[in-house]
Design a protein around this ligand. Structure first.
Ligand code: SF4
Length: 756
C-alpha cells in the first residue's frame, strides 16, 4: 500500500551515471550527502561543482510528507494550483492535533470530535489529489515515514522540522515550509543552498546503559543549538554500523536541535534488516545492488578532514548516558553526579514527577522494549514507581506489536497511561494542568527532542530533561533526576537495597511486526468526482481565493507599520493559540504583525491609522486601509522574517492588502515567500533611507511598469508636511519571479500554465 518500488528503482537506476558525472565535475571522492544531492538535481547530470554554503541549487525530491497542523494551508494552496494530482508521492499524517489526557481510547475519540472538520478536510483533499492519508491514531509522521516510505539514497521534504528523522534509513530528508512543499507537489523544483558538510566519525560500540540517544545528546552539547546551521551532518565509521536503523533515526531526528539542514548515515546491514522487517525486502534488494553508491567513498571516510567542513569523533565505548536540559536540548550533562552538581547549583527540582516515553525521536519497538526491560525489573524486584508514566507509541504498527509482545502491559502494570500514537505531550498537547501558567515548579524527564519552556505542558516552571527511553524509565521509577542506574540502589518492598541490571531489548520484534489496521487511507485512482467541502461558517478552515495582481501602479499607499529591530516570523504570525487557525487565512490574519515593535512608539500592535488619526492594532488598521481600497506598506529592519519558513507570515499581510515589504535586509526564505504570494519584497539601496520613513507617509512607486531583473525600483515618499523623498529600492526578483508578481502569485501562474 505504501511505498513506490518503481520510483525507488528509478532513483537507483540513474544513480550510477549521475554520481559518476558529479565525481568528474567535483574532481574528488564524494560523501554520501553529495551523492544524494547530485543524484537529485532538477537539471539532471551535474555540469558544475556547487560551492557549499554559497550556491542555490534546484532539486527534485522523491517524496513529501505533511503533518496535520501544517498540511492545512499547504493543501489549501495546492488546491489553487489547478492540478488534478500531486506530481510527487505525498502523504498527510494526523498526529499534532490529538491531546494526551486520559489515555488513547478517550483522547482519540475527543480529538476526532473536536478536530473532525480538519481531519475530514485533510482526508478528502488527500483522496482527491492522490495523497496517502494517515488517520488520527495511525502514528507520528516521522515514525510512519521510517516504517513505510524512507529509503536509502532518497531525498524527501516534509512540512515539519523533524522530517530529518528519515536520515536513519540513509535519506537526505529536510523540513520545509508549506509553500515549498506546494511547489514540489505542483511539479516545480525545490531550491536549497548547497549545504556544508559536518562529518561525525563513530568508533566503538554502545553497551550497558548507553543508547543512540546519547550520541546526539553528546553532539548537541558539542555543536550547540546553532552549530549545524546550513550543514548536513553525516555519520560514519564502525560505530555507525553498530547502531540499529531506528537508533540512527533518533540521532538524525535531533539533528534539528542543532540547526542542521539534515543528518544521514550510509547504507548498511541494519538498514537492510529494518527494510525487511517492515515488509520492504524489494527495497533492500534494490539497495544492495547499488550499495557502494549509498554510502560515502572509502577515501572520504579514511581522511574525513579533507572532505568535510568540520569533523567530530565520538568513541561509543567511552560514551556515557546523557541527560540534556532543562529548557534547551544542548545543555548536556552526564547522568548522575554531573547532573546533580548542576541541578543543585541552579536550583532545578531533583524530584521527578513524570517520565514520558515516545515522540518521533524515541518511539520505536527497540526503544519500547529496552525501556520495558527496566519497567519489568521494577515489577520483578518489587521497586515502587515514584513518578507517573506516560507512553506514546510511534505508530499503530509499533503499538500493536508492543502490545502483542507484552511490552505495553508491563508499563501498565506500573500504572503507566498509554496515550494515543501521536505527538501529544511533545507538542504541548498534554492536558496536565487546568491552569498551566500558574502551575508549580517541577521536573519531568522525557525521551523527546525539544524541551523549551512550556513545550510539554504549558507550564513555564516545568523543567524538562531529555534522555534515552531506558533512562527515562529508570529515573521515573527512582523519582530522582540525579539517579545513576550504574551506581545507585533503590529500596524494594522488602526494604532491601537493589540495583537495576543493564537494559536489554530487541532491535526488531522477534515474532515480526504485526498490525490489524495501520490507519492508512489510500487515495482513489480518479479523484475528480470528490468534493472537498469546507463550511463557509467554519472558523478553522477557509478556502483560499486567488490573490489579485497588484499591477504596475502602486500609488498613495499608506504606511502600516515601520517595524523596529528584530522582526521574526513569530512577530509577524505568532504560534501558540493561533495554531488553531492555521487553515483559516482570514482568522489567522488577526495575528498579523501583532508582535512587531512600532518604531514610532516602541509599542507592539499599536499603529497609527492615517485615515482616522487614531492608534490601534495592526490587523485592524490594515483592514481599514483595505476596506478603503488603499494599499499599505510595511517597513522593517535587518534580517526581517527570520525564524521559521511558515508561509502565513507572507500570506497574512498579502491578504490584508499590504503591497510591499521594504526592509534593510531579509531572511531569505521569507523573502521568497513574499515573492511567491505576488508581493513586493524590497530592500533599501541605502540603508539609511529607513530613517526617512515617517508615520504619516504615503508612497508611490514611479517605475513599477518597468519592473525587471537587476533593475532597482524608485519609490516616492510623500511626507505629511508636503516634502518628498525619492529613494532607490533593490530587489532580487528574477524573470520568473517577476512573472509571479504580475500574475498575483506563483500559484496563479502555475494554474494559468496548467490551463494553457
Ligand atoms: Fe514534532 Fe514532537 Fe510530533 Fe515529533 S513527536 S513530529 S517533534 S511534535
Amino acid at each position: 500500500m505504501a511505498f513506490d518500488i518503481e520510483m525507488i528503482k528509478e532513483v537507483y537506476a540513474r544513480m550510477t551515471e549521475r554520481v559518476d558525472a558529479a565525481k568528474k565535475v567535483v574532481g574528488k571522492p564524494l560523501t554520501l550527502s553529495e551523492k544524494i544531492l547530485y543524484n537529485h538535481l532538477w537539471d539532471g547530470n551535474a555540469t558544475t561543482a556547487f560551492k557549499r554554503g554559497v550556491d542555490y541549487v534546484n532539486f527534485a525530491p522523491d517524496r513529501i510528507a505533511c503533518q496535520d497542523a501544517t498540511a492545512q494551508m499547504a493543501l489549501l494552496q495546492f488546491m489553487q494550483a489547478g492540478k488534478n494530482k500531486v506530481a510527487v508521492p505525498t502523504t498527510v499524517h494526523c498526529d499534532h492535533l490529538i491531546q494526551a489526557k486520559e489515555g488513547a481510547a478517550k483522547d482519540l475519540q475527543f480529538a476526532n470530535k473536536t478536530s473532525a472538520e480538519v481531519f475530514d478536510f485533510l482526508s478528502s483533499v488527500s483522496n482527491k489529489y492522490g495523497i496517502g492519508f494517515w488517520k488520527p491514531g495511525a502514528g507520528i509522521i516521522h515514525q510512519v515515514v521510517l516504517e513505510n516510505y524512507a529509503f536509502p539514497g532518497g531525498m524527501m521534504i516534509g512540512t515539519d522540522s523533524h522530517t530529518v528523522n528519515a536520515g536513519g534509513l540513509g535519506m537526505v530528508a529536510i523540513g520545509v515550509g508549506g509553500a515549498d512543499a506546494v511547489d514540489v507537489m505542483a511539479g516545480m523544483p525545490w531550491e536549497l543552498k548547497f549545504p556544508k558538510l559536518i562529518g561525525v566519525k563513530l568508533t566503538g560500540k554502545l553497551s550497558g546503559w548507553t543508547a543512540s540517544k546519547d550520541v546526539i545528546l553528546k553532539v548537541a552539547g558539542i555543536l550547540t543549538v546553532k552549530g549545524g546551521t546550513g550543514a548536513i551532518v553525516e555519520y560514519f565509521g564502525e560505530g555507525a554500523k553498530n547502531l540499529s536503523a531506528t537508533g540512527k533515526g533518533t540521532i538524525c531526528n535531533m539533528g534539528a536541535e542543532i540547526g542542521a539542514t539534515t543528518s544521514t548515515f550510509g547504507y548498511d546491514e541494519s538498514m537492510d534488516r529494518y527494510l525487511r522487517a517492515t515488509d520492504r525486502a524489494d527495497v533492500a534488494d534494490a539497495a544492495n545492488k547499488v550499495a557502494s553508491y549509498l554510502t560515502g567513498d572509502d577515501e572520504v571516510y579514511a581522511n574525513p578532514e579533507k572532505y568535510f567542513d568540520q569533523v567530530i569523533e565520538i568513541n561509543l565505548d567511552e560514551l556515557k548516558p546523557h541527560i540534556n536540559g532543562p529548557f534547551s536540548p544542548d545543555l548536556a550533562s552526564e547522568a548522575g553526579a554531573d547532573l546533580r552538581a548542576k541541578a543543585e547549583a541552579e536550583g532545578w527540582p531533583l524530584d521527578i514527577e513524570w517520565g514520558l516515553i515516545g515522540s518521533c525521536t524515541n518511539s520505536s519497538y527497540e526503544d519500547l522494549s529496552r525501556a520495558a526491560s527496566i519497567a519489568q525489573q521494577a515489577l520483578d524486584k518489587g521497586i515502587k514507581v515514584k513518578a507517573e508514566f506516560g507512553i506514546n507509541p510511534g505508530s499503530e504498527q509499533v503499538r500493536y506489536t508492543a502490545d502483542r509482545d507484552g511490552l505495553l502491559g508491563t508499563f501498565e502494570k506500573l500504572g503507566a497511561t498509554i496515550f494515543t500514537n501521536a505527538c501529544g505531550p511533545c507538542i504541548g498537547q498534554w492536558a496536565r494542568y487546568s491552569d498551566p501558567k500558574n502551575a508549580p515548579k517541577n521536573s519531568i524527564v522525557h525521551s523527546f527532542n525539544r524541551n523549551f519552556a512550556k513545550r510539554a505542558d504549558g507550564n513555564p516552571n516545568t523543567h524538562a530533561f531529555v534522555t534515552s527511553p531506558e533512562l527515562v524509565a529508570a529515573i521515573a521509577i527512582s523519582g530522582r533526576l540525579d539517579f545513576d542506574p550504574t551506581k545507585d540502589t533503590l529500596l524494594n518492598d522488602k526494604g532491601e537495597e537493589v540495583m537495576f541490571d543493564e537494559p536489554t531489548g530487541d532491535e526488531l520484534p522477534t515474532k515480526g511486526f504485526a498490525v490489524e489496521d495501520a490507519g492508512f487511507q489510500a487515495p482513489v485512482e480518479d479523484g475528480s468526482g470528490i468534493d472537498v467541502v469546507v463550511s463557509p461558517d467554519s472558523d478553522r478552515l477557509q478556502l483560499l481565493e486567488p490573490f489579485q495582481p497588484l499591477g504596475s501602479e502602486i500609488k498613495d499607499a499608506k504606511l502600516l507599520i515601520k517595524a523596529y529591530g528584530k522582526c521574526t516570523t513569530d512577530h509577524i504570525s505568532m504560534a501558540g493559540p493561533w495554531l488553531r487557525f492555521r487553515g483559516h487565512l482570514d482568522n489567522i490574519s488577526n495575528n498579523c504583525l501583532i508582535g512587531a515593535v512600532n518604531a514610532f512608539n516602541q509599542k507592539t500592535d499599536m499603529v497609527k491609522n492615517q485615515l482616522t488619526g487614531e492608534y490601534g492594532p495592526v490587523p485592524g488598521t490594515a483592514r481599514a486601509y483595505k476596506a478603503a481600497g488603499i494599499p499599505s506598506i510595511v517597513v522593517g529592519d535587518h534580517n526581517y522574517g527570520e525564524g521559521s519558513s511558515r508561509e502565513h507570515a507572507a500570506m497574512e499581510p498579502r491578504h490584508l492588502g499590504v503591497a510591499a515589504v521594504i526592509v534593510k535586509s531579509f531572511a531569505r526564505i521569507h523573502e521568497t515567500n513574499l515573492k511567491k504570494q505576488g508581493m513586493l519584497g524590497l530592500t533599501f539601496a541605502n540603508e539609511d533611507d529607513y530613517e526617512l520613513i515617517q508615520e504619516d507617509d504615503t508612497f508611490t512607486f514611479t517605475d513599477l511598469a518597468d519592473f525587471a531583473p537587476d533593475k532597482p525600483l524608485t519609490l516616492e515618499i510623500n511626507h505629511a508636511d508636503g516634502s518628498k523623498d525619492l529613494i532607490k529600492l533593490n530587489h532580487t526578483y528574477n524573470a520568473s519571479q517577476i512573472a509571479w508578481y504580475k500574475e498575483g502569485s506563483a500559484l496563479n501562474l502555475i494554474k494559468k500554465e496548467n490551463a494553457a
